[in-house]
Design a protein around this ligand. Structure first.
Ligand SMILES: NC(=O)c1ccc[n+]([C@@H]2O[C@H](COP(=O)([O-])OP(=O)(O)OC[C@H]3O[C@@H](n4cnc5c(N)ncnc54)[C@H](OP(=O)(O)O)[C@@H]3O)[C@@H](O)[C@H]2O)c1
Length: 298
């Protein structure tokens, strides 16, 4: 793909909020690349977006974002496919009732909800810089309110509960958002987070038993995925938000996130852990990009 309409990359776009958002972005003039883990669902989503919007420039890259190695590959694929990215929506996320680890030995909630947005944003930073003024939108959650990070047990090795791990992961995502916004400096790439609302989607369906049942039962009170896409879409596209960075939006309004999400030392410590897990361990620095070319190292 070469210069033309603005380009949006949306993760987790085969279901729920991401799917509605990707379609809306395409309908609004973006060429859209979706990233999700299942090839058939990716293809079906691309077809749906094409037929409902009439756009032909919709593409997908299949990737298990919970794997840092796969994120290296997907970033490489994106760099081959695109010359710039105007908008990155880090939307993919999940809750895991039981503690599980990825093939790289990282707890899955942390890997998908914190490490993946960190790693993907880093690895495609040159594309975002080329698209500047560009935007990164992190799909967070009000579930972070009241959560605290235990830097000595980030991956729940000592104590794990699905809801607790999810809440902490969304706090971690906000800490990374604030740190990234700070480090992005004068790059003209803004980084903001949103809470989409309580949304009826595929969320939680990867679980079984009473946990999955409780999520399904509660979802009768939830808003549609289409409405859940409202705030991310607003933060992604509103002209009046040009230059706004490091903010957290709920119902199209910037509101303070929890005080824990502004703890600078915790954010820096988490950043260092993410750098180690995503950047140097276990696969070593990405030869194509590498940490220094992101300009986010300081
Ligand atoms: N639903 C809510 O009430 C709510 C509230 C606050 C925040 N959020 C956040 O909103 C975001 C979207 O959630 P949703 O409610 O739309 O849930 P969803 O319907 O389950 O959608 C999640 C998307 O992420 C993809 N995904 C999951 N694991 C992946 C992996 N390892 N690699 C690549 N893609 C993966 C899923 O792909 P598959 O199709 O293959 O499963 C799906 O496309 C999440 O970050 C969630 O935490 C949701």
């Amino acid at each position: 793909m070469t210069a033309g309409p603005p380009t949006a990359v949306v993760t987790g776009a085969t279901s729920g909020i991401g799917r509605a958002l990707a379609r809306r972005l395409a309908a609004s003039g973006y060429r859209v690349v979706i990233l999700s883990r299942d090839e058939a669902r990716c293809q079906e989503t691309v077809r749906m977006i094409r037929t409902t919007t009439g756009r032909t420039d919709v593409a997908s890259v299949t990737c298990d974002l919970a794997s840092s190695r796969a994120v290296v590959d997907v970033a490489k694929a994106l760099r081959e496919l695109l010359d710039r990215v105007d908008l990155l929506i880090n939307n993919a996320g999940a809750i895991y009732h039981r503690r599980m680890e990825t093939s790289e030995g990282v707890e899955r909630t942390f890997a998908l909800n914190v490490l993946a947005p960190f790693a993907l944003t880093h690895r495609i930073w040159p594309l975002l810089a080329a698209g500047a003024p560009a935007r990164v939108v992190m799909v967070g959650s009000a579930a972070h309110l009241g959560a605290r990070l235990d830097l000595n047990d980030l991956q729940g090795e000592r104590h794990y509960s699905g809801w607790g791990a999810y809440r902490r992961s969304k706090l971690g995502l906000l800490l990374i958002t604030h740190e990234l916004a700070r480090r992005a400096g004068k790059s003209r790439v803004t980084v903001n987070a949103v809470h989409p609302g309580f949304v009826r989607s595929g969320f939680g369906r990867n679980n079984t038993g009473a946990f999955a049942w409780a999520i399904r039962a509660a979802s009768v009170l939830a808003i549609s995925a289409e409405r859940g896409a409202d705030t991310p879409f607003y933060v992604a596209t509103a002209p009046e938000l040009e230059g706004v960075t490091g903010a957290y939006f709920v119902r199209n309004r910037a509101v303070p996130s929890s005080s824990a999400s502004y703890e600078r030392e915790v954010g820096r410590a988490l950043w260092a852990v993410c750098e180690r897990l995503a950047g140097t361990v276990p696969f070593g620095p990405d030869p194509d990009v590498g940490a220094p070319t992101t300009g986010l190292g300081a």
